[in-house]
Design a protein around this ligand. Structure first.
Ligand code: SAM
Length: 341
């Protein structure tokens, strides 16, 4: 985080960066997301957009790490590292687990900034900064692949290169924003890696992705992180939200955690994942759920657990994994009970 107050020119630059990012997300081929001009661009990014991404990593890693068996002295590869948000978040949550990181970005200045921010925040971690396109990357041997907020910038060749690299990992931790098209792209990554990896998050099963079935094209697998206090209580973030039109109260994300055999704990069976946010109605909520029986829309009556059912719409991060009882077999029919997950 930058400690100096941002100037008018900084806010203007942040607006430009956001406009390019949104244009790219909407498929505008002329958009230039992450066209970093200099070190200040990256520091500005890190102070606002990177910080918001860091909050999502906090939620994702809190959930992912207990499911993983990470190798001692893990070697990280941070692909499209930007300012090293993913590496710094990993080190915050898995202190002392990683021994080294290779920071890769096709922007030289990004690798330089990431290198110095990782040195500042994680002094004991050995670093290699590699300014190159991921398609021409010769990766050092690594255990954990970190990817964050880059998928919308890739064309086919970069996709294939990323998936080839992912197969070399023992653990893949991949976090993207929660937009519908991004979620689709993440589901395709999951499908591609399914032959070698166990999907641990967001999935409660190892079957093919239910949201990719034709009848479910309207479904949208994403989750919400709980915003931290500082999103509401600091002048910096209050101003950023207003000036940049950023909704800091809503942190949608798609986080994919996958691990090869031997690098994860056994799955808890019988759970359902709630997709996104439920919709509250009088005495009930409607939500899309996913489990081994597929993706479907269900109604859950408040009488089975008022606070849980209300949280489906109001605080989805609290209830996005549930143990539901169904009237029929194989998870079909009405929901008739909620047990703690
Ligand atoms: C939106 S930024 C995200 C940065 C960081 N991972 C984060 O979550 O804050 C995307 C980064 O990926 C880099 N990038 C995009 N395509 C790339 C490619 N094909 N090879 C290497 N880096 C790439 C960009 O230069 C940029 O720094």
């Amino acid at each position: 985080m930058m400690h100096e107050a941002l100037r008018e020119a900084d806010w203007q630059r942040l607006e430009e960066l956001r406009a390019q990012f949104l244009a790219a997300q909407e498929g505008d081929a002329s958009a230039q997301p992450s066209a970093w001009k200099n070190e200040r661009d990256l520091l500005l990014y890190d102070a606002v957009y990177g910080a918001r991404i860091g909050w999502k990593w906090d939620a994702f890693l809190r959930d992912a790490l207990p499911r993983l068996v990470l190798p001692a002295n893990a070697r990280l590869l941070d692909l499209g590292c930007g300012t090293g948000v993913a590496t710094r978040a990993f080190a915050r949550h898995a202190a002392g687990v990683a021994a080294s990181v290779q920071l890769v970005d096709h922007s030289l200045v990004a690798t330089q900034v990431a290198n110095s921010l990782v040195e500042r925040d994680v002094p004991g971690l050995a670093r290699t900064a590699t300014p190159c396109d991921l398609q021409s990357l010769v990766a050092q041997p690594f255990d954990v692949l970190l990817v964050s907020h880059v998928i919308d910038e890739w064309k086919d060749e970069a996709w294939h290169a990323a998936l080839r690299l992912a197969r070399q990992a023992s653990v893949v931790l991949w976090l993207e924003g929660g937009a519908r098209a991004t979620s689709r792209a993440m589901q395709r990554v999951r499908e591609d890696l399914l032959t070698d990896f166990e999907p641990l998050l967001p999935c409660t099963h190892s079957a093919s992705c239910g949201a990719l079935q034709e009848l479910n094209t309207h479904e949208w697998c994403h989750r919400f992180a709980q915003p931290p206090q500082e999103a509401f209580t600091t002048a910096h973030f209050s101003f950023a939200a207003k000036r940049l039109g950023l909704d800091l109260r809503s942190l949608p994300y798609c986080g994919l955690a996958m691990a090869k055999p031997g690098f994860h704990h056994a799955r808890t069976h019988g759970l359902v994942r709630v997709l996104g946010r439920g919709k509250s109605e009088k005495g009930k909520a409607t939500a899309s759920i996913c489990d081994v029986h597929g993706v479907r829309r269900v109604q859950i009556l408040e009488r089975y657990g008022k606070s849980t059912v209300r949280a489906l719409a109001d605080a989805p991060w609290e209830v996005d994994l549930l143990k539901l009882g169904f009237a029929g077999e194989h998870g079909q029919g009405k929901v008739v009970s909620i047990d703690p997950a």
